[in-house]
Design a protein around this ligand. Structure first.
Ligand code: URA
Length: 242
C-alpha cells in the first residue's frame, strides 16, 4: 500500500482539483521539465469506491486525460472478493466509461464462466485509468502506457485496493502484473501462481484477454484461451480457500 500520509478529511482531495496549478503540478513535459507526475493529490481519503470514481474525473496526474474521452474507473460490487486489474481502457471502454465492456471484456466474461468465477462477484479495473491511443486513419489504436504513466496512476489502484479489500487480485497481462508486483515481474515465468504482492496478500498474474484475441490463428487462440482459463481456475481455488 502507498506510504503517503493521509491527513485530510474523509472524501476530500488532498488539494483542490482541476485548477491550472494542479494540472501543471509536477508536469515533466511542459511547466516542470524533469518533474514527477502523480495522481496522489487528486485521490480522496475514503473507503467509498463511488467517491473515488467521482474524484477521478478531475485527475490531472498525467497527461492522458487530454486525449481520452473520459476517465474509466473500476467497477464491481461492494465487498467483491476478487479484483481484476487490466492495463488501460480500450476504445469501447473510453467511449462507454466502464472497464472491460469491449471485445477483451467479452472474452474475459467467458473465461470467468469457464473457470467457475461468478462475474457479478468480480471488481474490474485498470492500472491506468485513461485510454492512451494514436490515430491510424480513422481508427484510434491502443498505445502502451509508459512506466511513468503507470506509476502516476498507481495511487488510484492503491485506493481501490484499500476500499474493496479483495481476497485475491488478478493481474491481466504484463503491465498490470508489473504495476502490482513490481517492474522485475516476468509474466510468462510467474503466471498462474498465488503469490504475495506489495499491494495485496494474494495475487495471481495471467495473460491479458486481448492477447488471446491477437493470437495469429485459431490454434494459437485456443492454446492462449486454455492458459487463461487454467490460471483463472487457480484463482477460483484460492477464493474457495484451497
Ligand atoms: N483492456 C484492458 O486492459 N482494460 C479494459 O478495460 C479493456 C481492455
Amino acid at each position: 500500500m502507498g506510504s503517503m500520509a493521509r491527513k485530510n478529511v474523509e472524501g476530500t482531495p488532498r488539494r483542490s482539483v482541476g485548477g491550472t496549478r494542479d494540472a501543471k503540478a509536477g508536469s515533466p513535459d511542459d511547466a516542470n521539465p524533469g518533474g514527477v507526475r502523480s495522481a496522489a493529490p487528486f485521490v480522496p481519503v475514503t473507503s467509498s469506491v463511488r467517491t473515488l470514481a467521482a474524484a477521478a474525473h478531475a485527475c490531472r496526474g498525467c497527461d492522458l486525460y487530454k486525449t481520452a474521452t473520459q476517465v474509466v474507473f473500476g467497477s464491481g460490487p461492494k465487498g467483491a472478493r476478487v479484483m481484476f486489474v487490466g492495463e488501460q481502457p480500450g476504445d469501447q471502454e473510453d467511449r462507454q466509461g466502464a472497464p472491460f465492456v469491449g471485445p477483451a471484456g467479452a472474452l474475459l466474461d467467458k473465461a470467468l464462466e469457464d473457470a467457475g468465477i461468478p462475474r457479478d462477484q468480480v471488481y474490474v479495473t485498470n492500472a491506468v485509468k485513461h485510454f492512451k491511443w494514436e490515430p491510424r486513419g480513422k481508427r484510434r489504436i491502443h498505445k502502451k502506457p509508459r512506466a511513468s504513466e503507470i506509476k502516476a496512476c498507481r495511487p488510484w489502484l492503491e485506493a481501490e485496493l484499500r476500499a474493496v479489500k479483495p481476497a485475491v487480485v488478478v493481474c491481466l497481462g504484463a503491465t498490470a502484473a508489473q504495476a502490482v508486483f513490481g517492474s522485475q515481474f516476468k509474466l510468462m515465468r510467474q503466471r498462474g501462481h498465488v503469490l504475495p504482492a506489495p499491494l495485496a496478500p494474494q495475487a495471481v498474474a495471467t495473460i491479458h484477454p486481448s492477447s488471446v484475441l491477437r493470437a495469429p490463428d485459431s490454434e494459437g487462440r485456443r492454446t492462449a484461451y486454455e492458459m487463461l482459463v487454467a490460471d483463472l481456475e487457480v484463482v477460483a481455488k484460492a477464493l474457495r480457500g484451497r
